[in-house]
Design a protein around this ligand. Structure first.
Ligand code: ASN
Ligand code: ZN
Length: 332
């Protein structure tokens, strides 16, 4: 029988009802997207090794929105991978994580009561746990974009995952994970500058991280200090996350899509944003052209200024905004 691309749909835990590009083969439909490098989603059945089984459906529909239906998390993962693919392709002309046209595999229901999600270069795949009690999958779209961006960083700057470079690596994932959430612009998940706000990992409805004021999580740094590289990389990332928010939206109070932010600067300056699309272009060019495995915060300032000069001109409003936003997080 012929193998061909089909137009299916799914209802995820977080994405709602969405279209899915599937593969029709031997009388069934597979959660495999031939228009995006063949990226697919497999059921890991609460194991931590093995190959997993590809999701299939005779009706070309997947999940029902409830986490108790395993294909709901699969729908989130497959849609998140598609949105991440489309974001990188349509924003930067990047053809997949490695820019080689090859799609990654998503594994859902990874591990037992596993409260994390992670990217792995070796399997070129990402894995999502189902959270405590196996009832709270970590399949929110900003997490999908975050994890797959680890693959992009690995294929480009290769930022070492410790010290200040590790914070920059983590921030790169939060920045583009957030950009994927804005790109998808789902009614069920109004985009925002917070990470994992729908997963409820803290059990009290708070997000994992806040880009507008990273210290709101109780651990992240709002601005640079000489010891920031001693923090866990998910906390030293706060400096660059805050830089990105300030560069995009400016300082002070602002409400976007019903989310209220109040972003301070470390030096008391008042900043006007250049918009997240320009900020993302600057960060991507810095990541792919200027950052290396050992880039630290001072190097990130230099690299993003070079990127802004390339894209908008040295001394342009955008260039000056990059300088001012770094100064706003004490990277001088
Ligand atoms: N979810 C975590 C992250 O992507 C996994 C890790 O610690 N690398 O940052
Ligand atoms: Zn990460």
């Amino acid at each position: 029988e012929q193998v061909q691309t089909a137009s299916g749909s799914g209802t995820g835990v977080f994405v709602g009802n969405v279209p899915l590009t599937t593969t029709q083969a031997s009388g069934t439909y597979q959660l495999k997207d031939g228009t995006r490098g063949g990226q697919s989603t497999v059921d890991y059945k609460h194991r931590t090794s093995g190959s997993g089984s590809l999701y299939t459906s005779t009706t070309d529909t997947f999940g029902n929105g409830s986490a108790s239906n395993g294909a709901s998390a699969a729908t989130d993962a497959q849609y998140g991978a598609a949105a991440t693919w489309d974001f990188y392709k349509n924003t930067f002309g990047r053809n997949g994580i490695k820019n080689n046209g090859v799609g990654a595999t998503s594994r859902v229901h990874y591990g037992n009561n596993y409260v994390n999600a992670f990217w792995s270069d070796s399997c070129f795949c990402m894995s999502y746990g189902d959270g405590a009690g196996n009832t709270h999958p970590l399949t929110e779209i900003d997490v999908a974009g975050h994890e797959m961006t680890h693959g992009v960083t690995s294929a480009t700057a290769g930022l070492n995952y410790s010290g200040e470079s590790g914070g920059l690596n983590e921030a790169t994932s939060d920045i583009f994970g957030t950009m994927v959430e804005f790109y998808a612009n789902l009614p069920s998940n109004p985009p925002n500058y917070w990470i994992g706000e729908l997963i409820n990992l803290n059990g009290n409805g708070t997000p994992l991280r806040y880009m507008d004021k990273p210290s709101k999580d109780g651990s992240s740094a709002d601005s640079w200090s000489p010891s920031v590289g001693n923090l866990d990389v998910h906390y030293s990332s706060g400096v660059a996350n805050h830089f990105f928010y300030l560069l995009s939206e400016g300082s002070g109070a602002k409400t976007i899509n019903g989310f209220s932010y109040n972003s301070p600067t470390a030096n008391g300056s008042t900043l006007t944003g250049i918009g997240r699309d320009k900020a993302a272009k600057i960060w991507y060019r810095a990541l792919t052209v200027y950052f290396t495995s050992t880039t630290n915060y001072a190097g990130a300032r230099t690299g993003t200024l070079k990127a802004a000069a390339d894209l908008y001109g040295s001394g342009s409003a955008e260039y000056n905004a990059v300088a001012a936003a770094w100064s706003g997080v004490n990277v001088n």
